[in-house]
Write a protein of this length. Structure first.
Lengths: 122, 596
């Protein structure tokens, strides 16, 4: 399973990638939408974890671009805008996408990645 | 409680707030000014018109009273004059119907006197006087034959004028009399005179007529001002009346006389004249007079003005009573209308102030919300980094055996992670407070939702013996609103109530129709520690908490406030320290979409 993490916060994205690697998830990271598109052009990723709010290209725009290359790619969005209700409801779900609120619980992220991947496989 | 306290309008005791919530007017002053202006506008023309009418009516009554008095004098003068003329014409007839020689016959003279008394009455005697002034024949009770009148003034006067009527005098019988004499000139230029004494009884009778009124007084005076008939108040007959002799006039005249009290002191009352009543003596007297033709008499009628104006006084009383009633009624209506209008302005102003207050509060909440959202978002990123870094350390510790055993280091990391977790709860709540979520509007049964919320709170009331009473008004309809929001509102308030009450405390939740019938009113009342007055105004502000370090974020009630606003409702709190707190939530029966 190849995962692409995209967030403009380098410290966050690097650490998150490392933590996922520890959990046997092969994760690459990018700091912007442009970098992510370049990386996705060279390599196939099964799933992308995208920050919603990034300069130049936000998470949703990036999703559209990535889907053009890899229509089967799955997505998990990270947002700093979640509220308590969202959190209690276990994050929002829209179709087969997940929205997680920062700061994320690693177990939850891993669970969503697996769930998303399983859904993609099915 | 005084009547004023009962009738006092609401705005009367209101203090004039200053600053942003200043009222538009000083209502007490506004009321006074409006009332004053209205009273002046309404009453000024009324008073002026009434004053003018009063003056005109009084003048009319006064002139009518004078005219009445004058008419009486004119009529009486004619009567007196007629009486005198009758007697004079009778003498004229006798002197021309009989020759001098016939008149000198005593039998003839006596027969004539008898006939005169039979026809006209009150003739005392009858005498014939020759040109030398000697009485040649006499018929009467006295022996006046050959009496010599040649030196008397009246005898001289009759030679010039041909007729003489004397002033009143007390005759030999001590009765008031007048003398009437007529002259007949013979062809040889010699003359003789027929003379008679007449009692004035009839003249007095006419004057004592009831028409002179209660205190009116009619009498005759001569040209020297001596009373010729008895007077009721102005002295005895043949005494000087305390009145000036009026100027001669052919017609009946009148004038007014004031304050004659001092003049009245010296008059003679031995003959039965009464003292003039004090109010008449000190007031104004109306004097009407007329010179009686061919006589030395002046007819006087003196009436107190007050008596003549009696009718006017009665009319004036009616006018005053009517005016007072009208003024009273107009005043009551006027003040009522002014009070109603000022009250309406006051109510509108109060509403404006409240709305201003509410808008300002909403604005404040919205600004704080935006600020909170910004802060929460910005903090979330570094928080996420700390979270991941600490998480990675944790991960690494679990991987490396060397650290796996170090409980102290693991504890420190766990503490960092749990603190980050606490921070993230705060940022999520801040975002909850600020967010504008879409409304999830549905039909809600109030009893059901209250029971549900209480079930969320688990067994806390049971463990702490808190009594919960739910009272929903019969027939209260379901409301259409955002269920999630209402749940959260109730949850927040009930949680606070549990925190406020002691073990064994009480909580009452009541719902009923709002007073305006347009919504429902929810009251959540506890008998807990209450909120100090100084805190009451701040409880809906974010981060205001009294729980200190005991886990309160200070966001619960501010979130509650914004949720209720989003539902189109309002919330008020009343509280008394150590007695309890009551939250009063008013919600519309149907939440409108734009409120979400």
């Amino acid at each position: 399973m190849k995962v692409l993490l995209v967030d403009d916060e380098e410290e966050l994205v690097v650490t998150l990638a490392e933590r996922l690697s520890i959990r046997d998830i092969d994760a690459d990271w990018a700091l912007s939408g442009e970098d992510a598109l370049r990386m996705a052009a060279d390599k196939r990723y099964d799933l992308a974890v995208l920050d919603m709010k990034m300069p130049k290209m936000n998470g949703l725009q990036l999703k559209v671009e990535l889907q053009k290359q890899w229509p089967a790619m799955r997505f998990i969005f990270l947002t700093g805008h979640g509220s308590e209700e969202d959190f209690e409801a276990g994050a929002s779900e829209a179709g087969d996408e997940y929205y997680l609120i920062k700061p994320v619980n690693i177990q939850e992220l891993v669970a969503k990645i697996h769930a998303s991947f399983d859904a993609g496989e099915a | 409680m005084s009547l004023f306290e009962k009738l006092k309008p609401v705005f009367w005791k209101d203090d004039h707030a200053s600053g942003l919530y200043k009222q538009l007017f000083n209502y007490r002053r506004l009321w006074k000014e409006t009332a004053l202006i209205s009273v002046v506008i309404v009453f000024l023309p009324l008073v002026l018109l009434t004053a003018y009418e009063y003056k005109v009516t009084k003048a009319t009554f006064e002139s009518e009273a004078l005219a009445r008095s004058t008419r009486f004098v004119a009529k009486t003068r004619r009567t007196e004059s007629f009486l005198l003329s009758k007697k004079r014409f009778a003498l004229e007839f006798i002197i021309h119907d009989n020759t001098y020689e016939q008149l000198l016959q005593p039998e003839r003279l006596t027969a004539l006197l008898e006939n005169l008394n039979r026809g006209l009455g009150l003739f005392a005697d009858l005498g014939v006087i020759d040109a030398t002034g000697v009485q040649r024949a006499y018929s009467g009770p006295f022996h006046l034959e050959n009496a010599d009148y040649s030196s008397q003034p009246w005898f001289k006067e009759i030679q010039n004028r041909g007729i003489f009527i004397s002033d009143v005098f007390m005759g030999l019988r001590n009765l008031p009399h007048i003398v009437i004499a007529v002259k007949k000139t013979l062809p040889d230029e010699s003359f003789y005179v027929l003379r008679t004494s007449v009692s004035i009884e009839r003249f007095t009778e006419i004057l004592s007529n009831e028409q002179t009124g209660e205190v009116g007084d009619a009498f005759l005076i001569n040209h020297q001002g001596v009373l010729q008939t008895p007077s009721r108040y102005f002295g005895d007959i043949l005494t000087l009346a305390p009145l000036d002799v009026p100027e001669f006039s052919d017609h009946t005249e009148g004038y007014q006389l004031t304050d004659i009290g001092s003049r009245m002191a010296s008059i003679s009352r031995e003959g039965g004249a009464k003292p003039l009543p004090a109010e008449a003596a000190n007031g104004t007297l109306v004097v009407s007079y007329a010179y009686v033709e061919n006589s030395p008499f002046i007819l006087m009628l003196v009436s107190p003005k007050d008596e003549l104006m009696l009718q006017w006084r009665q009319t004036r009383m009616k006018i005053l009573v009517f005016l007072s009633c009208a003024v009273g009624m107009i005043l009551v209506v006027l003040l009522g209308v002014v009070t109603y209008l000022v009250n309406a302005i006051y109510a509108a102003d109060q509403k404006r102030v409240m709305m201003l207050h509410e808008i300002e509060y909403s604005e404040k909440m919205a600004s704080i919300g935006r600020l909170a959202a910004g802060i929460a978002h910005e903090i979330n990123n570094p928080l996420a980094i700390i979270n991941e870094k600490a998480g990675l350390i944790q991960d690494l510790f679990f991987i490396k055996e060397q650290y796996k055993q170090d409980t102290k280091l693991l504890g420190l990391i766990a503490s960092i992670v749990s603190s980050v977790e606490r921070c993230s709860v705060i940022t999520r709540r801040l975002l909850s407070f600020a967010r504008q979520s879409d409304a999830n509007v549905t039909r809600i049964n109030l009893r059901k939702i209250i029971t549900e919320v209480l079930s969320f709170l688990g067994k806390e009331p049971e463990y702490r013996s808190i009594t919960i009473a739910i009272d929903i008004e019969d027939g209260l309809d379901d409301i259409v609103s955002d269920k999630g929001k209402l749940q959260q509102v109730l949850l927040n308030i009930i949680k606070n109530a549990f925190a406020a009450v002691e073990d064994g405390g009480h909580l009452a939740i009541a719902a009923r129709k709002a007073k305006d019938g347009q919504g429902v009113e929810l009251r959540i009342r506890d008998d807990g520690c209450g909120i100090p007055p100084e805190d009451l105004a701040k409880i809906f502000e974010p981060f205001f908490t009294t729980k200190g370090g005991r886990g309160g974020t200070g966001l619960g009630l501010s979130i509650t406030y914004s949720l209720i606003s989003e539902m189109g409702g309002t919330v008020r709190v009343t509280s008394e320290k150590d007695k309890g707190t009551c939250f009063i939530i008013t919600l519309p029966l149907t939440m409108t979409a734009n409120k979400g």
